[in-house]
Design a protein around this ligand. Sequence first.
Ligand SMILES: C[S@@+](CC[C@H](N)C(=O)[O-])C[C@H]1O[C@@H](n2cnc3c(N)ncnc32)[C@H](O)[C@@H]1O
Length: 324
Amino acid sequence: MDHSSNGIGNDESELYHAQLHLYKHIYSFISSMALKSAVELGIADVIHNHGKPMTLTELASSLKLHPSKINVLYRFMRLLTHNGLFAKTTAIKKKTGGDQEEEEETTYALTPPSKLLVRGASTCLASLAGGVAVIQVAMDADSQMFKLALKDCKHVFEGLESLVDVGGGTGVVAKLIHEVFPDIKYTVLDQPQVVGNLTGNKYLNFVGGDMFKSIPQADAVLLKWVLHDWNDELCLKILKNSKEAISGKGKDGKVIIIDMSIDETSDDRDLTELQLNFDMVMLTLFNGKEREKKEWEKLIYDAGFSSYKITPIWGFKSLIEVYP
Ligand SMILES: C[S@@+](CC[C@H](N)C(=O)[O-])C[C@H]1O[C@@H](n2cnc3c(N)ncnc32)[C@H](O)[C@@H]1O
């Protein structure tokens, strides 16, 4: 019998924590759904456009909610606030009744995560948080985040005359790198249905093609968020074609991969959980995978490269430099 101060025995305490842990994971989808609903309702946009934190009544009125729903909105905002999407602040208002007395009123403000949900901002992830159905829009939104990360991986682009962005979508990333490296000639290779109607310019060329067949020649190949879509066999094809594409540059060519590298032993359990969740998404949507360091190493050496270097760059992604 345990006589600890809370009166709960060790076994009971363990059981209690076990139950809590299980329930947390069983119901965590509700937090995802709440975030999705917040994006659909445009709560972050409403608060942003208001220009200052909003009371519940102001929020309900902007969202055109019936007054009877205000308590539901309160509970909804309570969950989102607990999850760090909004922050509670206070405003002073005159008491109703005419005298000079004042009282405090709760208001809701944006937090750094919900600032990323404001539509029209340069780094807006609303389409990502709103669901995975709009993949191209979501990819473009995520690529905007790359702008911030570019300063951490500038060195890999230095000295390049040409770069082919394989699976480069609508060229968002190529355009961002161009802002920092205006002298590089960029080629964006993607499927004909993605780039067919896009026109390039003197520094950017769109090529409709198939990375499993061939990749245009360049000093370097960029594979950003591409390899995690594919199984090892298909990744090997892409990597071998990438090696061929940089062969004209001899030992100075390189392949630049931006993807996740899972480290299960990391102290950052939230980061690892996010990466492992992504792995399940890749598995179920594309039969793809998020890889651990040893899996990257095997792929890279099997494709015939001689060395590589993995550096975590921003959030949950890593820069993987691969050399012939
Ligand atoms: C996950 S998205 C990555 C987009 C971009 N690299 C980024 O980070 O925003 C994968 C891209 O690969 C392209 N893709 C798929 N199959 C392809 C193929 N066989 N050849 C070339 N591109 C392909 C898709 O059209 C899509 O744009």
